[in-house]
Design a protein around this ligand. Structure first.
Ligand code: SF4
Length: 186
């Protein structure tokens, strides 16, 4: 289709067919940026992988259930293979022995990938100040959102998911993720 006419002279030079196309375009077309529409699709189709190790994992189940219904946010396709997931939900106490496993899972996830630390244990070790407990999952993988609570309420977890969605929509810079290197753990 020809470009939109700049003045009446140009409009008169359009063929009837072009004029019809122009009118049709005005009635239904909308404009957007490619990265905006990609972000829109991405934020509404997160595929979470639950990594539940303790009580928070039980609380996470209720987020998936019909009462709180994570499906309303397009994130109900829970995967148990990291190769099919882009949102890691770490829910529970993480021991030092689990650290290499979580790193491997994180590496295998699809890019761009996001991490939510659900609860005090995943965020900071919680009340476990033992040598065997990781003092926060961000010690080993880049974490985007921390959901407070012991355990957090399902509403708080939903808020965490919405925060990730907002980050995607806003193209929020993520230096903690971009500069992350797996390295050796222990
Ligand atoms: S934060 Fe509280 S509820 Fe969650 S795993 Fe730790 S002890 Fe359990």
């Amino acid at each position: 289709m020809s470009a939109e006419p700049q003045n009446s002279t140009q409009a008169n030079t359009l063929s009837a067919n072009d004029r019809q196309l122009l009118e049709d375009g005005r009635s239904f077309a909308f404009t957007t940026k490619l990265d905006a529409i990609v972000a829109w699709g991405r934020k509404n189709s997160l595929w979470p992988m639950p990594y539940g190790t303790a009580c928070c994992g039980i609380e996470l189940m209720s987020v998936m259930g019909p009462r709180y219904d994570l499906a309303r946010f397009g994130a109900e396709v829970v995967r148990f293979s990291p190769r099919q997931a882009d949102l890691l939900l770490v829910a529970g106490t993480i021991t030092e022995k689990m650290a290499p496993v979580i790193i491997k899972i994180y590496q295998q996830m699809l890019d761009p990938k996001y991490v939510i630390a659900m609860g005090a244990c995943a965020s900071s070790g919680g009340f476990y100040r033992g040598y065997h407990v990781l003092q926060g999952v961000d010690k080993i993988i880049p974490t985007d959102v921390y959901v407070p609570g012991c355990p957090p309420t399902p509403e708080a977890v939903l808020d965490g998911v919405m925060t990730v969605q907002k980050m995607i929509e806003d193209h929020h810079p993520r230096p903690w993720k971009d500069n992350w290197k797996a390295g050796e753990y222990r």
